[in-house]
Design a protein around this ligand. Structure first.
Ligand code: ATP
Ligand code: MG
Ligand code: FE
Length: 389
């Protein structure tokens, strides 16, 4: 069961060879992060061009590193969506040409299902007991903040999903990125805020949870009867309120000058990274407190809605994935509450938190077993949704 996975939905060109949905023989990621950093966000046109440049060498490297030939493959899996149309098309076109030439099956994968399988793949590999289902998956990244209830179809390996929550405005990672930019920190913002927040007081600026909650039109419904009678997502998130609150705080506390000097200091020294010893010296205590308070509110929102959903939907375990799943404060608080509730919870390793192709190949494994193949006219679906809504 050897599957070559290909991922090009956003700003990572990635390829990986995975055996039986479990063992990654290779996992190659070419990130365009530094290219887009100059613009403070992903530029679609640039992304497509970079994917075109990278796709062939990245696939070659994944094959070489796995020490397999194209003839050894049982299938090629590719991300169908969601993502940027032009970016997706690079991976899809390449995968179609490859499978046509090799006369091997093509499997299309939803990127969000991939993120969930990043965790399932690693738990399969590291423990005998699979996570009990139904499981609640929190997919939290730069483009998504979604909750899914995931289940096995009876008597098969195939998974089914129900969307039970989503952000009504910004994704959590997007809020990290925007607030970091606003404060003169680098791109992407998540790792900067993650590194700086422990040096501030999370209770210094009272962005109460209510600040976010008020903006969510449909906050978590914990009443099971109400839930059974309603359709659509019930545990929504909102992150644009907190972003605006940070902006307001900055404006009312005369922080503009210190932000500009930080921006200049970072621009002048590109060797400074979130991991540098010197990063805390970039910020005064007021800024550190603001950063800590922002993170406290965002993580609190994620934590509250996730456990409200888990409880109301009788989830037996929790899976967290996507770029923001790398966040240490999020991991710490979700782990602590899951322990308190005796709920198994799993996070991906850091390498599989952000976009990669191993997760795409892993998600394709049940589809290979079910002979669930894509047709020759597979196209990109930028707004592709996962499961029942
Ligand atoms: P998609 O939403 O389609 O998955 P993406 O490229 O935005 O695409 P990822 O690559 O999974 O998503 O994650 C990137 C996001 O994760 C960025 O918003 C980044 O700031 C955030 N992020 C990365 N590390 C951390 C961290 N330690 N703490 C908080 N956020 C983080
Ligand atoms: Mg990315
Ligand atoms: Fe992603």
């Amino acid at each position: 069961g050897l599957i070559l996975g290909i991922e090009s939905s956003c700003d990572e060109t990635a390829a990986a060879v995975v055996r039986a949905g479990t063992e990654a023989l290779s996992n190659v990621v070419a990130s365009q992060m530094s290219l887009h950093a100059n613009y403070g966000g992903v530029v679609p046109e640039l992304a497509s061009r970079e994917h075109l440049r990278n796709i062939v060498p990245v696939v070659r490297e994944a094959m070489a590193h796995a020490n397999v030939t194209f003839a050894d493959l049982d299938a090629v899996a590719v991300t169908e969506g969601p993502g940027l149309a032009g970016a997706l098309l690079v991976g899809i076109t390449y995968a179609k040409a490859l499978t046509l030439g090799l006369d091997k099956p093509l499997i299309s994968v939803n990127h969000l299902e991939g993120h969930i399988h990043a965790v399932l793949m690693e738990t399969r590999e590291s423990s005998e007991s699979p996570l009990p289902t139904p499981l609640l998956a929190l997919v939290v990244s730069g483009g998504h903040t979604h909750l899914y209830l995931a289940n096995h179809q009876q008597g098969s390996e195939t998974w089914t999903y129900r969307n039970v929550g989503r952000t009504v405005d910004d994704a959590a990672g997007e809020a990290y990125d925007k607030v970091a930019k606003l404060l003169g920190l680098g791109y992407p913002g998540g790792p900067w805020i993650d590194a700086l927040a422990p040096h501030g007081n999370p209770r210094a600026v009272p962005f109460t949870f209510a600040e976010i909650k008020h903006r969510a039109p449909r906050p978590g419904i914990t009443n099971k009867k109400a839930l059974a009678n309603t359709e659509g997502p019930h545990f929504d998130f909102s992150f644009s309120g907190i972003k605006t609150a940070v902006l307001r705080y900055v404006e009312t506390h005369n922080m503009r000058d210190s932000i500009e000097s930080r921006r200049a200091a970072l621009a002048a020294d590109p060797t400074l990274t979130p991991k540098s010893e010197a990063v805390t010296r970039l910020c005064d205590q007021q800024t550190l407190d603001l950063i800590a308070s922002f993170q406290y509110a965002v993580v609190g929102n994620l934590q509250r809605q996730t456990f409200a959903a888990a409880e109301a939907l009788d989830a037996r375990s929790i899976v967290v994935s996507g770029g923001v799943a790398a966040n240490r404060e999020l991991r710490r608080r979700l782990q602590a509450e899951a322990d308190r509730r005796n709920l198994p919870i799993a996070f991906p390793s850091l390498a599989l938190s952000t976009d990669n192709a191993a997760m795409i190949a892993a998600a394709a494994w049940p589809k290979l077993l079910a002979q669930n193949f894509a047709s020759d006219d597979l196209g990109a679906t930028p707004q592709l949704r996962l499961g029942q809504q």
